[in-house]
Design a protein around this ligand. Sequence first.
Ligand code: FAD
Length: 382
Amino acid sequence: MTNAREYDVIVVGLGAMGSATLYHLAKRRIRVLGLEQFAPLHNRGSSHGDSRIIRETYFEHPLYVPLVQRAHELWLALEDASGKALMTVGGGLMIGPADGSVVTGTLRSAREHNLPHEILSSDEVAKRFPAFEIIGDLVAVLDPRAGYLDPESCTKAHIDLAARAGAATHFNERVQSWDAGRDGVRVVTTTSEYVAEKLVLSAGSWLNTLLGELQLPLEIERQTVSWFEPPEPAASYQSQRFPIYAYEFKPGVICYGFPEMAKGVKASVMHDGRIIRNAEEADRSVSDADVRPLRTALQDVLPDLSRSPVRDSTTCIFTNTPDHDFVIDFHPQHANVLISSPCSGHGFKFASAIGELQADLVSTGSSRFDLTPFRLNRLRKS
Ligand SMILES: Cc1cc2nc3c(=O)[nH]c(=O)nc-3n(C[C@H](O)[C@H](O)[C@H](O)COP(=O)(O)OP(=O)(O)OC[C@H]3O[C@@H](n4cnc5c(N)ncnc54)[C@H](O)[C@@H]3O)c2cc1C
């Protein structure tokens, strides 16, 4: 091929996962190109919207704890390197029935990894966090190391520092196709062609459009989030008195939220969204009908907030695997193509660590983390 620009690695998609991978590759002086179909920090994927929860006790599975611990260290390192505030640690309440999956899963991960935590009754919660009025038989587990990240600032920091370390970044340039052989990969975009030794596909909900015959059983799910007006007394909704929370209001279904930030008090219901064919198809307007289930869920834990006016709402996209674990693995036919990023709605907190481990995989072929649960072959079986 002639006139194709050469790189060591090409990263497709500069959302949370791609931008972190770009940064960790560039830091190692690897010649890397990041290609993104939209403008920087756009709102059509999965990585926008002011805030993302990070928590150390992990009710989904204890296997995520070492990964989030490494991510926590790397977010602090990114704050140092960028000079920007990215993470706020103010604690988190995991609320639900004592025998529900959130409370039992949180306690299991805390005990297996010896993590600090407190079990609080509804009275104790009300004393310490006055906005919360959780109904009598619910239990809350306090994770003191939980908090939230600013996703736009995190992604921007990764992209800016990657560029400073020598990465090339091309925005508004969509990858149309790629092919791979023993001696490298060739990537064709809407404006050019590039060759590299290796390719990382971190295309979020667009991943299957880049996988040809290797179609993964992914579900694209439309989510809505809303920012409420803080009820009086507004001080009860500020971060010093209002931790992040996840409340299991139906078996296996949670609502979650954050303290007051610039746009208001953000909350959402997780995994009750419409399944759509692709992100382009998502209805981006948010109606009262979208917010109603959230108001109902909040009644049991934050009754004043559940009645408060909504200031703003937005939509966002989940890319779900059948077991809700991640995908991080090499392409079964091409050892120089790494496939990543379907994170089933809980991946942002890990992005810094996933960027680092993907840079390890691409440059050394291995990672210090056990990635067995994220392999592709378990999806083919499922
Ligand atoms: C409403 C909502 C709330 C969430 N809350 C949390 C939370 O509290 N905590 C948490 O840890 N996680 C949370 N998540 C999950 C987390 O945000 C996602 O797992 C993560 O942001 C996914 O990042 P990504 O890089 O895989 O995807 P994306 O950010 O979508 O990035 C993929 C990128 O690839 C680009 N792309 C795709 N195809 C091409 C192509 N052909 N050419 C070039 N570029 C391409 C896209 O434009 C996009 O920018 C939430 C997600 C949503 C939607």
